[in-house]
Design a protein around this ligand. Structure first.
Ligand code: CA2
Length: 144
């Protein structure tokens, strides 16, 4: 069976490429989806790439990843990374490994970004490399 990787993106990431390129880079979310699609296809895998501005959607999708038998989830929960115990609970509630992804390096930014609830449940964290953070995470996720 083809390996399936869910790639879930949180609030405001739909605006990527339109503002603050010095922090988040010039790639749009569609650019990142296309890169990951190619990378997954070359490895004989498949990605399911989604974005939502709503916390509950991200939680439902984590449950869905488990129900669909996904091999791994790459999760950039954006601002919810630093606030959401509900997302942490969802990560802990599924057996699918979750990899935390960030374009920027939250630890090199404001203090309030240093706390990550997602990180408390994630298998590993990839941050600070722009779109490449997703590619590095996918590379590792495909090997678990
Ligand atoms: O660096 C990341 O990937 C973040 O998850 C991005 C979040 C931020 O709250 C996290 O601390 C780190 C913010 C996403 C906002 O997305 C934007 C996209 C385009 C323009 C402005 C913001």
């Amino acid at each position: 069976m083809t390996d399936l990787i869910f790639v879930l993106n949180g609030p405001n990431l739909n605006l990527l490429g339109t503002r603050e390129p010095e922090i988040y880079g010039h790639d749009t979310l569609d650019d990142i989806a296309a890169m990951l699609d190619d990378q997954a296809r070359e490895a004989g895998a498949e990605i399911d790439f989604r974005q939502s501005n709503h916390e509950g959607h991200l939680i439902d999708w984590l449950h869905e990843a488990q129900a669909e038998g996904a091999k791994a989830v790459l999760l950039n929960a954006a601002g919810y990374t630093h606030t959401s115990i509900a997302l942490l609970d969802a990560i802990k509630a599924i057996k699918v490994p979750v990899f935390e992804v960030h374009l920027s390096d939250p630890h090199a930014r404001e203090e309030f970004r240093h706390l990550s609830y997602v990180g408390m449940g994630a298998k590993a964290v990839f941050a600070g490399h722009g779109a490449k953070s997703y590619q590095l995470a996918l590379d590792v996720a495909l090997q678990v």
